[in-house]
Write a protein that binds this ligand. Sequence first.
Ligand SMILES: [Zn+2]
Length: 241
Amino acid sequence: MTQMLGTFGYYPIRYYFDPTLIFAVLGLILSLIASAGVRSTFAKYSRVRSASGLTGAQAAERILHQSGIYDVRIEHIRGNLNDHYDPRSKVLRLSDSTFFSDSVAAVGVAAHECGHALQHQKKYAPLVLRSTLVPAANIGSSLAWPIFLLGLIFSMRPLLTAGIILFGLAVLFQLVTLPVEFNASSRAVKILSNTGMMRDTEVNGVKKVLKAAAMTYVASLAASVLQLIRLLLLAGGRNRD
Ligand SMILES: [Zn+2]
C-alpha cells in the first residue's frame, strides 16, 4: 500500500498522505448530507396522510391514465427510496414506502416517477440524451480509475488522459441527469395541483420531498466534479515529475 501511495508522492510526507484526497472526502460529505436530507424530509411527509386517500400506486395509475398512458406497468419493488421508471421495459417501480402508502411523500414520489414516464412518452430531449449516454457512462465510471492508476504507476500520459476522459463521460451523464430530474418533479407538482389530486398545503410538502431528492443528484454531480479536479491535479503533478 505504501508502494502504491508512493506513486502519488514527490515528497516523503506525501507517501503517507495524498492531499488531493480532500476532494474525495468533501464529495463524500456532500453526498452524505444530501442523502440524510432526503431521508428526513421523506420520513416527515411519510407521516402526513394525503386527503385523497390514494396510495402511491393508485395515484400513479390515475396520473398515467389521465395522461393517456396505458402501456406502462406499475410494479412493487422491495426496498426504500429506490423507486424508478424503467424506459426500456416501460415499467414504473414503486418501493414499499411508496406503493402501499397514502402519505404525501408517497404520492409525491409516485407522481415524480410518472413525470419520467411522461418525459419518455413526449421524447423529452434531455431524457433521450441521458439514455444514449448510459453505455458510455457505465464504461467511463468502471474503467476511469483503473486506467488512470495504471497511468500513474507507469507514468504514461496517454493512460492518464484516457482515464480523465472516461471519468468525464460519467460526469457528463450526471450533468444531463439534472434537468431530467428537475423536470420530472415540476411535472409531478403541476399534475398534482392542476388535477386537484392534492391540496395546496400537501403540494408544498411534495415540493419539499422532491427538492430534497433532487439535491442528492446535485450532490453526486458535485462529488464527481471534485473527483475530476482531483484526477486533473494528480495528472498535473505527475507531468511535472
Ligand atoms: Zn427521478
